[in-house]
Design a protein around this ligand. Sequence first.
Ligand SMILES: CC(C)(COP(=O)(O)OP(=O)(O)OC[C@H]1O[C@@H](n2cnc3c(N)ncnc32)[C@H](O)[C@@H]1OP(=O)(O)O)[C@@H](O)C(=O)NCCC(=O)NCCS
Length: 159
Amino acid sequence: MTVFIEPARDAADREASARMMCASEPWITLGRDYARCLTAVSDPARELHVARDGAQVAGFILLTMKGQIPGYIASVCVSAASRGSGVGTQLVTYAEARIHRESPNVFLCVSSFNLGAKRLYERLGFEFVGTLKDFIVDGHDELLYRKTIGPWSSFTPPG
Ligand SMILES: CC(C)(COP(=O)(O)OP(=O)(O)OC[C@H]1O[C@@H](n2cnc3c(N)ncnc32)[C@H](O)[C@@H]1OP(=O)(O)O)[C@@H](O)C(=O)NCCC(=O)NCCS
C-alpha cells in the first residue's frame, strides 16, 4: 500500500495521530492516555509527519531534530487496519531521508516487549546500541538503536 507522507497540517492531523497512538501497544502498556499522546504529538520541539491514504491518516512518525542527539524517531505508528502493508517501512524510510538533511544518525528506542517492531528495525539496518533498563515503566526496558551513514566528521549536509 503506497501512502503520501508529509508534515502534519493541522489539529485534525494531531488528534488523529494521538487517537491512533493511545489505542495501540506499546503505549497502552506504557500508560500513555489520549491527553498525553496529544501533548506528545503537539510538542513544538518535535516534528509530526503523517501518512495519508486518501483522506485517512494511515500512520504517523514523530521526530526530534534538536538537542544532543538530533535525528531521534520518538514514535512511529500505523493504524491497526493498515499494518503489515509496508506503511511503517515507508514512514521510517521517509524519516531517514528527512534526518539525513541534518545528521548522519537516526536513533530510536523500542520497548523490550515489542518484538514485531524490533524485527522491522533490524531488517531496515538499525543496530542495537544498549538497554535503558526500566526506562518508562518498571519491568520493561527500552532498547536504543542507531542507523548511521557515517561519522559526523565526514558528514556534509546536502545543499
Ligand atoms: C511497528 C509498525 C509501525 C510497523 O508498521 P507496518 O506498516 O505494520 O510495517 P511494515 O508493513 O512496513 O513491515 C512489517 C513488519 O512490521 C512489524 N510488524 C507488523 N505488525 C506489527 C505489529 N502489529 N506490531 C509491531 N510490529 C509489527 C513486523 O516486523 C513486520 O514484519 P514481518 O511481517 O516480517 O513480521 C506498526 O506495526 C505499528 O504501528 N505497530 C504498533 C505501534 C508500534 O509498535 N510502534 C513502534 C514503536 S517503537
